[in-house]
Design a protein around this ligand. Structure first.
Ligand code: SAM
Length: 300
């Protein structure tokens, strides 16, 4: 059996009781170590808590060596641990499909994910549209497909959850060119960088998917003791100091309910100013007022 086990968002003890029982009985336990981090834990503290060895699975192993992970899973139990929920944002579909092809049974043990815990900022999960990912721009590479999705969400009034890039075990171009297996330190995108990159793309696309005054929420370290939200305009967030990772950003949609706004006031610097920005932003993509068709009888 292949067990996909969600670890939750922060502590070693966020694993569920059933997840822990599985981890204890499995022959091998892999920890997916490149799409997220467990903020209050590391490999060592997990090993201590589970009382067994945990094998780090980097991108190379998961994407290129899935047969190695799945070896023997027809008769033995193998656990694949994923921070958050195994199907939250990162789905590891390839691994699941490969396991199915090999006739290996799969069981998932779910946990909290950024995709649902983000509701703690007060915005209603029902009012979110497509989630997007934002990668670190380079001088020559600024992928902007997220822009169209934010535009689509905002046209129908919905909020957008923007997940921010994580770079682990990356090689510099120089080290790669010289064939040196030296990796750069991990990098986690901050809210300031995300806000700057979003505005850079708005400047080039200029379709007003959002503006510098669009209200947003910076979400930091969800589920950890240092959890923090900051509600401000995109421009203001370019100057925010979001601190230690992990971070996400929410671009507000037009349908901000009064209760959502009330909740967000806890995370603003100036309540009246924020309210004004929300009201102004609601004018974007607002459907024109309904005008009834002319009554044919009037012509007679
Ligand atoms: C590719 S997703 C993986 C999601 C994970 N499997 C889950 O279910 O939560 C990783 C990104 O989600 C966001 N994220 C994950 N956990 C977070 C947290 N606790 N606080 C803020 N953002 C988080 C960050 O932008 C991070 O780069």
């Amino acid at each position: 059996m292949l067990y996909l086990v969600g670890l939750g968002l922060s502590y070693t003890s966020d694993i569920t009781v059933r997840g822990l029982e599985v981890v204890k009985k499995c022959k091998r336990v892999y920890l997916e170590a490149y799409t997220s981090i467990l903020m209050q834990a590391d490999q060592k503290s997990l090993e201590d808590f589970y009382g067994r060895e945990v094998i780090l699975a980097d991108r190379e192993l998961v994407e290129g060596g899935s047969d190695q992970i799945l070896a023997g899973a027809e008769q033995d139990d193998i656990a694949f641990l994923v921070v958050g929920d195994p199907y939250g944002a990162t789905t590891h579909t390839d691994l699941v499909i490969r396991a199915r092809e090999l006739g290996i049974k799969i069981e998932t043990i779910h946990n909290a994910s950024v995709m649902n815990a983000v509701g703690a900022c007060g915005l209603q999960l029902y009012q979110f549209g497509q989630t997007v990912s934002l990668v670190f721009f380079t001088d020559s590479w600024k992928p902007d497909s997220f822009y169209d999705k934010i535009l689509e969400n905002r046209k129908i009034g919905l909020h957008t959850l923007v997940l921010l890039d994580i770079k682990v075990k990356e090689q510099s171009i120089e080290n790669m060119a010289r064939g040196r297996l030296i990796y750069d330190p991990p990098r986690y995108m901050s809210i300031e960088t995300a806000a700057r990159q979003l505005l850079e793309i708005e400047e080039s696309r200029n379709q007003q998917a959002y503006t510098p005054n669009t209200p947003c929420v910076g979400v930091s370290r969800l589920g950890s003791p240092q959890q923090k939200f900051k509600a401000a305009t995109l421009k203001e967030l370019t100057k925010y100091e979001s601190g230690e990772p992990l971070h996400s950003l929410i671009v507000l949609g037009r349908q901000v309910h009064d209760l959502e706004l009330e909740f967000l006031y806890d995370f603003v610097d100036d309540k009246e100013k924020f309210k004004k920005f929300v009201e102004e932003d609601q004018e974007y993509f607002k459907p024109p007022p309904y005008v009834p068709p002319p009554d044919d009888d009037d012509d007679m």
